[in-house]
Ligand binder design. Structure first.
Ligand SMILES: [Zn+2]
Length: 227
């Protein structure tokens, strides 16, 4: 009788052990899944086709980098309006670093594009000061990735446009944004005529169509790879 009792106890404890193992295995799977799905903070681009993307983030704690995390909803397109010789992406990267702790007129944005390279100044998931709308809810500074296009007189503006279109298409894919809703002009947030060349030449819609076409190409490539 005593022996029978003992074996029943053993069976119960075995069942408990197996049960615990299943639970801990499932918990492990869950932990793994959570780690795997950690939200993306930055696209981490190094090249877009043959265009190098140079990452040189503003130091944390500078006035131009408030460090506030936010949801990415827009790509906010600008032009530097600096037609000077040599006012390319590298020059604007130097400018933004030199002025990161300026007393007044703090400006910051995420990418500067010229005809041969792209500089990346801030992580994509942080707010910046480029749209002229303070930190308004659902605004350009709060929810936009600021992209400056160079208009230096010694640069090829048409090539800068193409490079910007490719960057935008890539970012739309990275953050799963709808081109028809996410592509914005600086003007949409503050009324400033920016990007001025695109607006004044009536080419904004053409720019959006080109971005959308490239976005669709990337989507089709992704679908082909997945199948
Ligand atoms: Zn602007």
């Amino acid at each position: 009788m005593a022996r029978k009792k003992k074996s029943k106890g053993l069976r119960v404890s075995l069942m408990l052990t197996v049960g615990l193992m299943i639970v801990s295995f499932a918990a492990g799977m869950l932990t793994q899944k959570i780690v795997f799905r950690e939200p993306q903070t930055d696209a981490g681009l190094t090249y877009i086709e043959d265009i190098p993307v140079m990452t040189d983030f503003l130091p944390e704690g500078t006035r131009a980098r408030p460090g506030q995390k936010r949801e990415i909803r827009y790509l906010v397109i600008h032009e530097t309006d600096n037609t000077g010789t040599g006012a390319n992406a590298a020059a604007h990267n130097s400018f933004i670093h030199q002025n990161a702790n300026a007393e007044e007129g703090i400006v910051s944005w995420h990418y500067t594009v010229d005809d041969h390279e792209i500089y990346h100044h801030l992580p994509d998931d942080e707010t910046a000061y480029h749209a002229g709308d303070g930190m308004e809810k659902n605004g350009g500074n709060m929810n936009g990735i600021g992209i400056e296009m160079c208009v230096n007189s010694d640069g090829n503006y048409e090539q800068t446009l193409i490079n910007t279109e490719k960057l935008c298409a890539r970012l739309l894919i990275e953050y799963d944004l709808n081109p028809s809703k996410a592509l914005k002009k600086h003007q949409d947030f503050s009324g400033k005529i920016c990007p001025s060349t695109l607006i004044n030449s009536g080419r904004w819609d053409e720019f959006c169509s080109a971005v959308t076409a490239k976005y669709k190409e990337l989507k089709a490539d992704e679908a082909a790879k997945a199948s």
